[in-house]
Design a protein around this ligand. Structure first.
Ligand SMILES: NC(=O)c1ccc[n+]([C@@H]2O[C@H](COP(=O)([O-])OP(=O)(O)OC[C@H]3O[C@@H](n4cnc5c(N)ncnc54)[C@H](O)[C@@H]3O)[C@@H](O)[C@H]2O)c1
Ligand SMILES: O=C(O)[C@H](O)COP(=O)(O)O
Length: 614
């Protein structure tokens, strides 16, 4: 599928043949975050930026052609999404809603789509991503937790994963508070008892919350919203989160403490961390044994962070007096689960994000992210790619093209059989290095170098991974210039060290292959080959000739190309000194026949030449 946006190559489709920072907004201690019911209004700034980047109409604008200039992408949605999000997807894509697919059905369908949108119940495994290879470019998770997506496999496949991290924060926090209060007052059990015809006032005496200590385990978006709300209930809040900024906790009036202190001092423990290899079964026999006797647990995060057998033992022996669970290791849990049926356990079927407001918000948030990604924009909620702000991408746009072209050029100057190990990319700029984010440029140089010599396809998602796999060391350097920092980059050089070149003219005095380019009038230009200054547009194809500087050569080469119907679009000669070695760089629209190239090589004063496809 061809895309109109200038960044489509950052997330290019493979050839057919084959966490945002958890910063909560700074609000006064105790203030509650507003409902995220209107992500569009909330994120209008970002959308406008996205429009600037793409130069194509925003996904919310009326012009579908902006998203897909040459054909609509197909999006597979495997779980129920809010209507507004689905509607937005349908405006710009063919949408296939297919729920409750078996793993086999999912693998079959995913090979036919450009994007997949899931919630927490669809397991996007390596096998699914492998099945999508060749077409699938984006996985959108309409929610926060991405533990159901094999991120490593997605990265290896160059498939961008985006999520909708903010739309259900309030819903999840409210559900945690609902479970906390319901558990403390036995609401679910008392409700069931009364409906069963009983009137058991003595049995369901609860506990008060005021003055009790609540430990929030994982002080991210949901955790901090729970803290705000629980403060309003008069609870003392402590939190454990090794990665949370202290000042954010302080602003809400929460003390960040160690894991041991949190679990040993709390009357209530509420879990709000992601499921990762290091949090899996973090709450096990040992953890429960170190908790205050009679502690109460709330889990609205992920079932897998708790060892459910250990929790059952702790409930049975009274270490844990009650638990309120929205999430389970296996969902749905087995019908005869002892945990679910335990009389001191309150359960809900993963309803944390299930408010109509949160569902609409998450669906819109993911629809925008997926459509943006299909357009080639880098979503702000990308999970497995560098998050480069839209304005940075916009500014670097012409340099992205230059970086890829230089990579393509330099690799074609390498003599066959030379293994490439070290690539150095040097940026000349008057800008403070801290203000120049070059990750996209490095990725594009890698793309330019690796794609012509392999079947791999590279994009911003997998560039670093593929480079590492191939043993390529890509280092970066800066040349600090005097001048205006307004222009981000003056020139980009690419050096390949310790390789032989099929074009000796490209070797610098240090013996590495070296090319340099600049952006002129928004277009990539080649400005240096080895020690020779040239100026030729990096478009189409290029012939580089080295000869002894003398009159008449340009005419001879030009007439050979003319006779063969090859249009010359640019020509530049660089020489070290009059009458000495010179390089001729000739941009040609068509690929010359072998015969034409041979005739150029046969010109007596031409010492070497190379034809390069850009
Ligand atoms: N039940 C639901 O429907 C529902 C809804 C929304 C979110 N969630 C889940 O809630 C959890 C939190 O979501 P969020 O939006 O707040 O995510 P978040 O990324 O904003 O916050 C997670 C926090 O956990 C912290 N953390 C990571 N490892 C930790 C560890 N070992 N110990 C303590 N803290 C650790 C992180 O530093 C981060 O601050 C996720 O698991 C998410 O999937 C569930
Ligand atoms: O991680 C999340 O966002 C929640 O667990 C919600 O999951 P859901 O989209 O399946 O409701």
């Amino acid at each position: 599928m061809a895309l109109a946006a200038p960044f489509c190559h950052l997330l290019a489709a493979p050839p057919p043949a084959t966490a945002p920072a958890a910063d909560a907004p700074r609000e006064p201690a105790g203030a509650l975050a507003p409902h995220r019911a209107s992500p569009l209004l909330r994120r209008r700034g970002r959308l406008l930026l996205a429009c600037r980047v793409s130069a194509a109409p925003s996904a919310r604008g009326g012009d579908a052609a902006g998203v897909v200039a040459a054909g609509r992408p197909t999006v597979l949605v495997t779980e129920k999404l809010g209507a507004a999000g689905l509607e937005l997807l349908r405006r710009f894509a063919n949408v296939d809603c297919a729920y409750e697919l078996t793993a086999e059905e999912l693998r079959a369908k995913v090979s036919l789509v450009d994007a997949l949108v899931v919630r927490s119940a669809t397991r996007v495994t390596r096998e699914v991503l492998e099945a999508g290879r060749g077409r699938l470019r984006v996985v959108g998770r309409a929610g926060v937790g991405i533990d159901n997506v094999d991120l490593q496999a997605a990265t290896e496949a160059g498939c961008l994963v985006v999520n909708a991290p903010t739309a259900n924060t309030v819903a999840a926090a409210e559900h945690a508070i609902a479970l906390l209060t319901a558990m403390a007052r036995n609401v679910a059990q008392a409700d069931a008892s009364l409906k069963a015809g009983k009137w058991q006032r003595n049995k369901y005496v609860g506990v008060s919350l005021v003055g009790k200590t609540l430990a929030i385990m994982g002080f991210g978006k949901v955790g901090s919203e729970v803290a705000r709300r629980a403060k309003g209930l008069g609870m003392d809040i402590i939190a454990h989160d090794p990665y949370a900024p202290v000042d954010r906790a302080r602003a809400i009036g929460v003390d960040l403490v160690s894991f041991d202190e949190a679990i040993s001092t709390a009357d209530f423990v509420s879990l709000h961390m992601p499921l990762t290899p290091s949090t899996a079964k973090l709450f096990d026999d040992e953890t429960f044994a170190n908790m205050k006797k009679g502690v109460r647990i709330i889990n609205v995060a992920r079932g897998g962070v708790v060892d459910e057998d250990a929790l059952l033992r702790a409930l049975d022996n009274g270490t844990v007096s009650q638990a309120a669970l929205d999430v389970f290791t296996e969902e749905p849990p087995p019908k005869d689960s002892k945990l679910v049926h335990h009389e001191n356990v309150t359960v809900t079927p993963h309803l944390g994000a299930s408010t109509s407001e949160a569902q609409e918000g998450a669906a819109l948030e993911i629809a925008e992210a997926v459509l943006g990604a299909l357009k080639g924009e880098l979503a702000a909620t990308a999970v497995n790619a560098p998050m480069v702000p839209a304005e940075v991408l916009s500014e670097l746009s012409p340099y992205v093209v230059l970086a890829e072209k230089l990579g393509r050029l330099v690799i074609q100057l390498v003599a066959g059989g030379s293994g490439i190990k070290g690539v150095k990319v040097v940026y000349s700029s008057a800008r403070d290095p801290d203000d120049l984010d070059t990750r996209v440029l490095r990725a594009m140089v890698t793309k330019g170098i690796v794609e012509p010599i392999s079947s791999a396809f590279i994009n911003i998602v997998n560039a670093d991974y593929v480079a590492k796999q191939r043993g390529l060391r890509i280092s970066e350097g800066r040349i600090l210039l005097d001048g205006s920092p307004e222009i981000p980059i003056d020139s980009i050089q690419v050096h390949l060290a310790n390789v032989e070149s099929k074009f000796a003219g490209a070797l610098s005095d240090e013996g590495d292959i070296r090319v340099e380019g600049e952006v002129k009038d928004g277009k990539p230009h080649l400005t240096l080959v080895g020690p020779f200054s040239v100026d030729v547009s990096l478009e189409g194809n290029l012939i580089l000739c080295r000869q002894v500087d003398q009159p008449g050569i340009i005419g001879k080469v030009g007439s050979i190309l003319g006779k063969m119907n090859v249009n010359v679009n640019f020509m530049s000669v660089g020489r070290t000194a009059p009458g000495k070695q010179a390089i001729m760089a000739i941009g040609v629209d068509e690929e010359p026949e072998k015969e034409a190239l041979k005739l150029i090589g046969d010109i007596p004063s031409v010492e070497e030449f190379v034809f390069v496809k850009l």
